[in-house]
Design a binder for this molecule. Structure first.
Ligand code: SAM
Length: 280
């Protein structure tokens, strides 16, 4: 019998440990182990990787990651009620699961991980975007992670993979696509979760690029993109006028019409504009 078969079904785990879902912790659990194994497979070959999981809850995805061969899983869970269930999984996979009881926004996991590292999580929705932005904006590139395989509300997933010209296109798309390949790999209806959330969800897989797709200074690019999308209905010459007195000339110098709006500008052009602005 494999380790996964020796563990009780997740519904029983939840009943045994009294894990009634808490809304404040974003608890929508995945109880179908076929589904959690499928999500784990989207994370790529885990056999030589440490996997960082945020919010393991009763451990459905954790079990998927271990059964799919993760070398080690480091799981950070805020709700201490989940710890006994996670200990049972650790016992079934000796030496391969470490659990930290803490807040993922505060714990620094790096001391506990050995590269190569992949991240996989069914994230609590209230901190998902914040964690993603942190992982996409480290001090140095490449980042500590090779890939991120993350569950989001469908609408957030669409913003991550959005292309120019769409309503979903904005800062998150540029941040994600500048230094990673990002795609939606699975869509899940509310009924896939217990309890079902109000909205649909999707799993996004991001692979870190060895270096940015186009050269640009991260801070300058971030300022340009923030200014452009903070006033996304305005023409760029107006939205960006605080960045340089001669913004119209700078836009023209990189082939952007000053009358265009942020939504129409691709990543390559934003990077070119960031470089032009940095030239002083
Ligand atoms: N991974 C489990 C699954 O797929 O069934 C649970 C996913 S549930 C959407 C989110 C999990 O994150 C919950 O277990 C919740 O307790 C945990 N959580 C919420 N806020 C957290 C935080 N700040 N740090 C770590 N874990 C958190």
């Amino acid at each position: 019998m494999s380790a996964i078969d020796s563990l009780p079904p997740l519904r029983q785990v939840i009943a045994d440990h009294g894990l009634s879902a808490k809304k404040a912790l974003g608890q929508n659990f995945l109880l179908d182990l076929n589904l959690t194994a499928k999500i784990a497979r989207q994370a790529g070959d885990l056999s030589h990787c440490d996997v960082l999981e945020i919010g393991p809850g009763p451990g459905g995805l954790t079990r998927g990651l271990l059964a799919e061969g993760a070398r080690r899983v480091l799981a950070i869970e805020k709700d201490e009620r989940c710890l006994p269930a996670l200990e049972e999984i650790a016992a079934a996979y000796p030496g391969r699961l470490q659990v930290i009881n803490g807040d993922a926004l505060e714990v620094d996991p790096l001391a506990h991980l050995t590269p190569p590292i992949r991240v996989a999580a069914n994230l609590p929705y209230n901190i998902g975007t914040e964690l993603l932005v942190r992982w996409l904006t480290p001090k140095d590139w490449p980042p500590f992670w090779q890939s991120l395989t993350l569950m989001f509300q469908r609408e957030v997933a669409e913003r991550i993979v959005a292309r120019p010209g769409s309503k979903a296109y904005g800062r998150l798309a540029i941040l994600a696509q500048w230094r990673a390949n990002a795609r939606i790999v699975l869509s899940l209806p509310p009924e896939a979760f217990t309890p079902p959330p109000k909205i649909s969800s999707a799993v996004v897989h991001l692979e870190a690029l060895p270096e940015p797709r186009y050269p640009a200074d991260a801070a300058v690019l971030s300022r340009v993109v923030a200014a452009a999308f903070n006033q996304r209905r305005k023409m760029l010459r107006a939205a960006l006028k605080g960045l340089a007195p001669d913004i119209e000339d700078r836009l023209i110098s990189v082939g952007i019409a000053p009358t265009e709006r942020a939504e129409q500008i691709g990543l390559e052009q934003f990077c070119a504009l960031a470089r032009a602005l940095q030239q002083g």
